[in-house]
Design a protein around this ligand. Structure first.
Ligand code: NAP
Length: 267
């Protein structure tokens, strides 16, 4: 396996817009890299697992940057790398996830801390670091984009979900506040809030590797897939310069609410 800390610039690509996608080593992030590349974007794929990023680079021609987004210095180095290699037109703050499904009285403090660290502070850290680059690109080309991947968990409670819903609510508030603060500048703030998406790792990570519990989350109905969400990201960042898609909430048709999924009816 290669050195997971070394940045690597991918093959020469001749498009004019460049996006950073975090959490690109699996699920929604990887699908977003594939989709943006197909749409002609230059894409920097970031996550911790360099081997998975390199496989994605071989498949799509994206650039690769292995980074732990909970590390201040590593994120600062990522921003310096981006500045030195062509700047940035969009960031998709997608890295994140849930840990556990414990009631509040049984909550694992460390798990809550980790969820806050990656979903909220990871998004904050990356956004702060790349905002100057986005401003520069937006001023030169018309518009640049911050896309934050929150969740329907940012819109309400469910039992056992408070650690994750709390973090995603905070990420939602970060998104809304930033939009207000930089209104009038050439940088849009877009939030995408999916319901249940069957990705290979989200529920496995949530349930500590318990494949049976993870599979049960998606049984008896047709969940969203990562491409459904990537499609929305690609659409939102390709709107005309004067349009800001504030928030897209997307769920499987069988899911009316975080805790209401209709199973066994064929949808
Ligand atoms: N799946 C769903 O049902 C669903 C629904 C709504 C919202 N979401 C949100 O959508 C996003 C993507 O979810 P997903 O389903 O695609 O999950 P996933 O497959 O588990 O992907 C999570 C990604 O985050 C990266 N990541 C985690 N910690 C990191 C860290 N410290 N530094 C850098 N990267 C890190 C992981 O890469 P490494 O492990 O290689 O670092 C991985 O690429 C998350 O924010 C999630 O909360 C998911």
């Amino acid at each position: 396996m290669s050195d997971s800390t070394a940045p690597r610039t991918g093959p020469e690509i001749t498009t004019t817009r460049r996006a950073l996608v975090t959490g690109a080593s699996s699920g929604i992030g990887a699908a977003t890299v594939r989709r943006l590349r197909a749409d002609g974007w230059q894409v920097v794929a970031a996550a911790r697992r360099a081997d998975r990023l390199e496989a994605l680079a071989a498949e799509t021609g994206c650039e690769v940057y292995a980074v732990d987004l909970t590390d201040d210095a590593a994120v600062a180095a990522l921003a310096e790398h981006l500045a030195a290699t062509g700047g940035l037109d969009a960031v998709v703050n997608n890295a994140g996830g849930a840990l556990g499904l414990d009631r509040v009285e049984d909550a694992d403090i460390d798990g809550w801390r980790q969820m806050y660290e990656i979903n909220v502070l990871g998004t904050l850290r990356v956004t702060k670091a790349v905002l100057p680059l986005l401003r520069e690109a937006g001023a030169a080309k018309g518009v640049a984009d911050v896309v934050n991947m929150t969740s329907t968990a940012a819109q309400g409670a469910y039992e056992g979900g408070a650690g994750y819903t709390g973090a995603k609510h905070a990420e939602h508030m970060l998104s809304q506040t930033l939009r207000w603060e930089i209104a009038g500048e050439p940088v849009r703030v877009i939030e995408v809030a999916p319901g249940a998406v069957a990705t290979e790792e989200f529920s496995l990570v949530r349930f500590g590797g318990d494949a049976e519990k993870a599979a049960a989350v998606y049984e008896g109905y047709t969940p969203l897939v990562a491409d459904d969400v990537a499609d929305i990201v690609a659409w939102a960042v390709s709107r005309p310069d004067h349009v800001n898609i504030d928030l897209v909430t997307v769920r499987p048709r069988a899911q009316a609410h975080n805790s209401k999924i209709v199973r066994g009816t064929g949808i």
